[in-house]
Design a protein around this ligand. Structure first.
Ligand SMILES: Nc1nc2c(ncn2[C@@H]2O[C@H](COP(=O)(O)OP(=O)(O)OP(=O)(O)O)[C@@H](O)[C@H]2O)c(=O)[nH]1
Ligand SMILES: [Mg+2]
Length: 226
C-alpha cells in the first residue's frame, strides 16, 4: 500500500497513547561504556545539534520542568546522561554536535563517544534525531541521518521549537526537512514544541510502538538494533 508521508504533530491523532509517567529520575552521566547502566532496559537516545532542544524534550516527555538540565548556552551536555523512566526504560541525552566554540580535540572526543555508543550499545532501541524546525537541516544533520540509516538504527526525526513558526507555515517547514533528509513514507517525522507541549503524545506513541516491536514482537535476528 502506498502511503503519502504525513507530518505528525500538528494534531494529535486519535490512536496516540497517553503515556503515564509514574517515575523519572536522573541515573548517571556516563563518560565510558563501563559507567552505563547494566539493567538491560531499552534506551531511546536523543541526538542533534547543540541547543536544538534535546534536554528540553526529555523534560517535556516526562512532564518535569528541570530534570534534564537545559541551557541557553550551547554545549551544556557533554556526557551521556541517563534518565530512568517508569523503571522500565532510559532516555539517553547525548552531547550535541556542531558546537563551534569547543576545541577540535574535544569535538573529536565527543564524536567518538557518540559513535561508539550508537554502534555498540546493545540496549539502544531507537534514536530521536532532533532538527530545529525553523531552519533547513545543516550538513551535519544530513550526515547524521544518513549515518543512522546506514547503520540500521531505527530513527524518528523530531522537528523542534515548532512554536517559533506560525501554524500555517509548519507543514512547509516539515516538508523542507523531509526533502533535505530524503525521507520516505516509512520514515517518521514529528513536530514538537516544549512550550506548547505539542507533538508529545504522538512522539510517545512512536516510542511505545518501537519499544513494543523491539523487545517483544520482532525476533532477535530481525531487530533494528544490535
Ligand atoms: N521556544 C522554544 N524554545 C525551546 C524549545 N525547546 C528548547 N528550547 C530552548 O532552546 C534552548 C536550548 O535547549 P536545550 O534543551 O538545552 O538544548 P540541548 O539540545 O539540550 O543543548 P545542548 O545540551 O547544548 O546540546 C533553551 O533556551 C530552551 O529553552 C521549544 O520547543 N520552543
Ligand atoms: Mg542538553
Amino acid at each position: 500500500m502506498h502511503r503519502r508521508a504525513s507530518f505528525l504533530g500538528a494534531n494529535t491523532p486519535p490512536w496516540a497513547n497517553r503515556m503515564i509517567i509514574t517515575s523519572a529520575h536522573f541515573v548517571i552521566s556516563a563518560g565510558s561504556s563501563s559507567q552505563m547502566p547494566h539493567s538491560g532496559w531499552p534506551e531511546i537516545a536523543l541526538v542533534g545539534r547543540s541547543n536544538v532542544g534535546k534536554s528540553s524534550l526529555i523534560n517535556c516527555l516526562i512532564q518535569r520542568k528541570n530534570l534534564a538540565r537545559t541551557s541557553a548556552k550551547p554545549g551544556k551536555t557533554q556526557m551521556l546522561n541517563y534518565y530512568a523512566i517508569n523503571e522500565c526504560m532510559y532516555f539517553v541525552d547525548l552531547p550535541g554536535y556542531g558546537y563551534a566554540h569547543v576545541s577540535m580535540d574535544r569535538r573529536k572526543q565527543w564524536g567518538r563517544m557518540i559513535d561508539t555508543y550508537l554502534t555498540t550499545r546493545k540496549h539502544l532501541c531507537a534514536v530521536l534525531l532532533l532538527i530545529d524546525l525553523r531552519h533547513a537541516p545543516m550538513e551535519a544533520d544530513v550526515s547524521m541521518h544518513r549515518w543512522l540509516k546506514h547503520n540500521g538504527i531505527r530513527t524518528c526525526v523530531v522537528a523542534t521549537k515548532a512554536d517559533k513558526i506560525s501554524r500555517s507555515k509548519r507543514l512547509a517547514h516539515c516538508a523542507r526537512i523531509h526533502e533535505h533528509l530524503r525521507l520516505t513514507s516509512e520514515d517518521a517525522l514529528i513536530a514538537v514544541s516544549t512550550v506548547e507541549h505539542s507533538g508529545r503524545e504522538t512522539l510517545w506513541s512512536w516510542i511505545s510502538t518501537v519499544m513494543a516491536f523491539g523487545h517483544e514482537v520482532i525476533p532477535d535476528s530481525e531487530r533494528f538494533f544490535r
